[in-house]
Design a protein. Structure first.
Length: 267
């Protein structure tokens, strides 16, 4: 998606070197419609420059900092040398992410979707999530819940969520904890099974998280949670342990949660 309008002073922009002159470099801005900037030779690289072509080549993708914008003369002054390696890497990744998001829009709504429809949907997602890519990522993680209350039709929401869940690779984190469960009752084994089922209760675990309880060695059981972020993972880990502990205690047993394994794992 290319933005209408103009970049702001101080903004980092991604562009493609279109033309190289002795006095500087002309760069077509990839993120802005019909916008072109100039990198003066003094802003191409640090130090004295004998030949601009020693530093850039035509067709090269670069990240530049916006030094000045003069709308009346249609001029955008840029600097390549003012962008450090970290900023360059981050800006390129964000640009690549938005290119992916553009493709997902085509998958969701078809290649024949009108520019007006594209922009209507994209504007809603960008306004809510900051970028088109983040909108799809949140839809992949949280489903329709992520898009509730937005100015999108039910068909739009379904198309976005379906496409996101088929195409977006969501970064997940994994946390692990352990719970000791004991029951003195004659049918204590059944009590423990019920407690473990309570820990794994699908109605209690949010859709974006994956929770699994495995046997380590009586009376210890491992709880493993995979989720989009550490807060969610930690919250669900503690909640699962609490459900198991409450359930076994309600049957006269005892339970205790701890983060580190306390028994040697059985082979």
């Amino acid at each position: 998606m290319k933005y209408e309008g103009w970049p702001e002073q101080g903004e980092l922009v991604v562009g493609k070197v279109d033309e190289i002159e002795d006095f500087g470099v002309f760069v077509d801005l990839e993120e802005y419609r019909d916008k072109r900037g100039l990198v003066h030779i003094s802003e191409v690289a640090s130090g004295w420059i004998k030949n601009v072509r020693d530093h850039v080549r035509e067709g090269q993708t670069v990240v530049a900092k916006v030094l000045d914008v003069d709308k009346s003369s249609q001029q955008i002054d840029l600097s390549i040398k003012d962008v450090n390696d970290h900023q360059r890497s981050e800006a390129i990744q964000e640009w690549k992410n938005e290119q992916k998001a553009d493709k997902w829009m085509e998958l969701a709504f078809g290649e024949e979707m009108s520019d007006e429809q594209f922009r209507d949907v994209a504007d809603v997602l960008v306004a809510e999530f900051g970028s088109l890519y983040e909108g799809f990522e949140q839809a992949a993680i949280h489903g329709t819940e992520a898009l509730e209350g937005l100015d999108l039709s039910e068909e739009d929401v379904d198309a976005i969520v379906s496409t996101a869940r088929e195409n977006v690779s969501v970064p997940y984190v994994t946390v692990t904890g352990y719970v000791h469960l004991e029951s003195p009752a004659p049918d204590g084994v059944d009590d423990i099974k019920e407690a473990l089922q309570a820990a794994e209760d699908e109605d209690e675990v949010p859709e974006e998280a994956d929770l699994e309880v495995t046997y380590v060695g009586a009376p210890e059981y491992r709880i493993r949670v995979e989720a989009p972020n550490y807060k969610t993972a930690e919250d669900e880990l503690e909640a699962a342990a609490a459900r198991a502990t409450a359930d076994v205690e309600s049957r006269g047993g005892s339970g205790e949660f701890h983060r580190e394994r306390q028994l040697e794992e059985e082979a």
